[in-house]
Design a protein around this ligand. Structure first.
Ligand SMILES: Cc1cc2nc3c(=O)[nH]c(=O)nc-3n(C[C@H](O)[C@H](O)[C@H](O)COP(=O)(O)O)c2cc1C
Length: 354
């Protein structure tokens, strides 16, 4: 269980906002595996929300099975952010998260995202305005990085100040914006932010660690090394949406119980595809599943033919038969033992071939 302001989550495992990936069909597939304590929309543009831009409407789409849901806004215009937050709360947000970590130029050149680390006084005004606007209805939270420039660690100071204006939870990605996704998440840096959040919030405000959790063992290690109150997982969840279930198992029992069988993993992938067909359209569903299959493939064992078949798939009605044929083939080859998390950890520890 994790408390964020007046919201109680069933656990402390969060599915990250991942632009272009964590839409409603994916969130539903991930939630169906169990143990997603909270999921997020992609970062949302307040203009898009208020103009009811069709792409933003899609990114905000949710339904009763998609709960609890954080809606993440980016921007620095006080009025726009406040109006967009109000709209998001009226349309299903369990909490409003402010993106203070996106390093992408399109976002930072508007002084939003990670650039908010460089303008702390204005950042506090944005946070305070959102707290004053929707904070009586839902928690307002923030997600940031250790600092903007290489080697910087300004997040602890910003975190203290954000808590003083009413932010109810802080997620910290253990890299600077300058690093983007290079190097490794710095657990020592995360621990400094956790300490700052705990001290400023009298241990009532949670701090969530994020970065490079590729297996449930990494989540366990991050919690032990940083004392963070929970973890947020992004890229690893795209390839294995069941990572939350298995992390919960590891954290509560000390081992990962009953890893999903190959058939169960394929069922998750099926659900993802069928949600896309039901909620979007066949053309987009096919385009997305072609993107996703190489990630999923990392957890299916040898599956070159499956990946090839999905990448060239034109007819959505052939999706299920392709998965069925793959399962039959694996059963006949007596190769139906899927990749375990221990296997995955070993594979990740191998040096990458030059
Ligand atoms: C393709 C991509 C899109 C992302 N989109 C967002 C976003 O919309 N909002 C956000 O706060 N972080 C975003 N992130 C950052 C992730 O939420 C997360 O902080 C980062 O990937 C580190 O976590 P991981 O190592 O578990 O992937 C994105 C990351 C990637 C790779």
């Amino acid at each position: 269980m994790l408390r964020i302001g007046n919201t109680i989550l069933k656990n402390n495992l969060l599915l990250a906002p991942v632009a272009g990936h964590c839409d409603l069909p994916f969130r539903l597939a991930a939630r169906s595996c169990g143990s997603v304590g909270l999921a997020f929309t992609d970062l949302l543009c307040p203009h898009g929300i208020l103009k009811q831009n069709s792409q933003t409407q899609w990114l905000m789409a949710t339904n009763p099975d998609d709960h609890p849901l954080g809606m993440q806004l980016y921007g620095q215009d006080l009025d726009l952010m406040a109006d967009a937050a109000r709209w998001a709360v009226d349309h299903g947000a369990t909490l409003i998260d402010i993106n203070m970590g996106c390093p992408v130029d399109k976002v930072t050149k508007t002084f939003a995202g990670a650039m908010m680390l460089c303008t702390p006084d204005h950042t506090l005004q944005v946070a305070e305005r959102l707290v004053n606007t929707v904070g009586h209805q839902v928690p307002v939270t923030a997600k940031t990085r250790l600092g903007y420039h290489a080697g910087e660690c300004t997040a602890p100071d910003l975190a203290r100040r954000l808590i003083h204006v009413g932010i109810q939870c802080l997620t910290i990605h253990g890299r600077t914006a300058a690093q983007r996704f290079k190097g490794h998440a710095d657990l020592t840096g995360i621990a400094r932010v956790v300490d700052a959040v705990h001290a400023a919030g009298n241990n009532q405000i949670p701090c969530i660690g994020n970065g490079d959790i590729r297996t449930p063992f990494d989540a366990q290690q991050m919690i032990a090394a940083t004392n963070c109150d929970g973890v947020m997982i992004a890229r690893a969840a795209l390839a294995a949406p069941w990572i939350f279930r298995d992390t919960q198992s590891l954290l509560t029992t000390g081992s990962i119980q009953n890893e999903l069988t190959l058939r169960q993993r394929l069922d998750v992938i099926r659900r993802h595809f069928h949600h896309m067909l039901d909620l979007r359209d066949p053309r987009r569903a096919l385009a997305r599943i072609r993107q996703c299959i190489s990630g999923y493939g990392k957890h299916l064992g040898a599956c070159k033919t499956l990946k090839q078949a999905i990448r060239t798939l034109e007819d959505p009605t052939q999706f299920d038969p392709i998965l069925d044929a793959f399962l039959d083939f694996k059963a006949q080859a007596a190769d139906h033992v899927p990749v375990t998390w221990a296997d995955r950890r070993r594979a990740l520890a191998q040096p990458v071939a030059a």
